[in-house]
Design a protein around this ligand. Structure first.
Ligand code: NI
Length: 184
């Protein structure tokens, strides 16, 4: 089932999301719905707050990028109760967008590597350093679980440039061609 996307301005996007119990009801259905919602909106990552749930669940589909990144062929993963333990020292800038911030793409500087813990969809624990495009996507998605969004991390100048657009978006003026919850 395609879930409505929560757009910039919705309070749930600014909340700290909680870990879920391992017997969280309907978890597998939620993961499946999140994959479907992400695919429908042509995203590579989706965090539960973006569908209105303040819980630590993220789905990532890097398989869609296999032409540019063959190493991600078949990469479709859920991340349950993820946490970032530490960041690498090197950083790089890359343009980002977000399904909850339609129409805005901006350069964001982030660490190139990140040490994460999470459970996979089978609730098996993982503790690993990730790098490359995956490190970028996980930082963006896990930020959602802390109530942070990529537009918080752009340069002060660019922030000034998109300020009006974001204010309008929060008031409900935006173009979005996938199912979403209207901002009032
Ligand atoms: Ni996002």
């Amino acid at each position: 089932m395609i879930l409505p996307m929560y757009i910039f301005g919705q309070p749930v996007l600014r909340k700290h999301a909680e870990d879920i119990p391992l017997d969280y009801p309907g978890l597998q259905q939620l993961i499946s719905d999140m994959f479907e919602t992400m695919k429908n909106a042509e995203g590579v990552g989706l965090a539960a707050p973006q569908v209105g749930l303040s819980i630590r669940v993220v789905v990532v589909d890097l398989d869609v990028l296999k032409e540019d990144y063959p190493e991600y062929t078949g990469f479709l993963k859920a991340f349950i109760n993820p946490h970032i333990l530490e960041y690498g020292e090197e950083t790089c800038a890359m343009e980002e967008g977000c399904l909850s911030v339609p129409g805005i793409h901006e350069s964001v500087r982030r660490p190139k590597q990140v040490h994460v813990t999470y459970l996979d969809a089978d609730l098996q624990p993982h503790d690993e350093w990730v790098d490359g495009f995956l490190a970028r996507v996980l930082q963006h998605e896990f930020d959602h679980l802390e109530g942070k969004m990529f537009v918080d991390k752009i340069s002060p100048l660019r922030k000034q440039m998109v300020k009006k657009k974001l204010l309008s978006m929060a008031k409900g003026r935006f173009q979005c061609d996938y199912k979403h919850k209207p901002n009032h």
